[in-house]
Design a protein around this ligand. Structure first.
Ligand code: MEV
Length: 331
């Protein structure tokens, strides 16, 4: 029996989150933290999805789950939807065993839901013998929209294709290749957020205070484009300043959190060149740009106060899929 193993990276957003939903540019990077999906037919009519302590067993012909928002639903529901939609297209309702392993904390702004959707769609497509990254990315973004219907789709793109990308307002993407390596420290607050609620909060802000939102979005657009030019020429100082200013704009949208502010102050007070929340905010994670000189000393000083902070590497592979023969009926 064939079993498929598929994995996709998480991401950080360097510039432009939230504003990207309204066709502003953004810069995102895939990081070396992955979600892996192992999937195989189980010979029954029930699909079992396991992710750590979370588990879901549903009839393979069932396409809908209760929309009650729980932590486990918000993670497993899009995964189930990826599976059910593809099975529906293929008119195949055989049960599957699905195991999800994650190196990305869920609900902390590092792209766990996009990576789980990309890896699941990749695994499903491989099961039916076709791996086409653009269409995998499209299906994964559709599933992510179950959780927040205004998703820009940028998280799924960077998870599918990997690398460092500039997302255009026209919804096209450019892969960036800066002259130097930029080092980002990721600090998770441990405070889970609900991306859908934060995106709705910004939507409400925009509806109620359109002129202010338009001004902030215009500044975010200029900052993002200046940051891209700074990265292209290898200018760490300017990139850092742009990131910090971007965070101030996000504070004005009311998507920051006291813990993020505390972490940003710690990073900036210890030599980071820039710091901002990354992803939806409201808890979640922040990133700091660490200079290429005295990197170890700066990181070690920050770690004295934020011990679980991690210097991430960029991922250039994006979605990876392979198939093996299952030796027996168990993973
Ligand atoms: C979430 O990782 C990024 C947001 O900009 C939402 C989106 O782009 O869909 C907050």
């Amino acid at each position: 029996m064939v079993q498929v193993h598929s994995s996709a990276p998480g991401k950080i957003i360097l510039l432009g989150e939230h504003f990207v939903v309204y066709k502003n540019p953004a810069i995102l990077a895939a990081i070396n933290r992955r979600i892996t999906v192992h999937l195989k037919p189980n010979g029954t009519h029930f699909t079992r999805i396991k992710a750590g302590l979370m588990e879901l067993v549903v009839s393979a012909s069932k396409r809908q789950l209760s929309k009650r928002r729980t932590h486990s639903n918000s993670f497993l529901y899009p995964v189930l939807s990826c599976i059910a939609n593809i099975q529906y297209q293929m008119n195949d309702f055989s049960g599957l065993d699905v195991i999800i392993e994650s190196q990305i904390p869920h609900g902390e702004g590092l792209g766990s839901s996009a990576a789980s959707c990309v890896a699941t769609v990749g695994a499903m497509r491989a099961l039916y013998g076709e791996i086409d990254k653009p269409s995998i990315c499209k299906n994964a973004a559709e599933a992510e929209r179950i959780i927040h219907k205004n998703s820009s789709g940028a998280d799924c793109y960077v998870s599918t294709f990997g690398g460092l990308i500039y997302y255009h307002p026209t919804r096209a993407y450019t892969h960036m290749n800066p002259k130097i390596k930029f080092r980002f420290l990721v600090c998770t607050t441990g405070i889970r957020h609900d991306t859908g609620k934060l995106v709705s909060r910004v939507k409400k802000f925009r509806e109620e205070k359109l002129p202010i939102f338009a001004e902030l979005a215009e500044r975010a657009r200029v900052i993002c484009n200046d940051a891209k030019k700074a990265m292209d020429r290898g200018d760490q100082e300017t990139l850092g300043k742009m990131m910090t200013e971007n965070h101030e704009l996000l504070m004005r949208l009311d998507v920051s959190h006291p813990k993020l502010e505390e972490f940003i102050d710690i990073c900036m007070g210890n030599g980071a060149l820039g710091g901002k929340l990354t992803g939806a905010g409201g808890g979640g994670s922040m990133i700091a740009l660490i200079p290429n000189k005295k990197t170890d000393e700066i990181v070690s000083n920050i770690r004295k106060k934020i011990p679980h902070s991690v210097l991430v590497e960029l991922d250039h592979d994006g979605l990876q899929v392979n198939q093996t023969l299952a030796p027996d009926n168990k993973f």
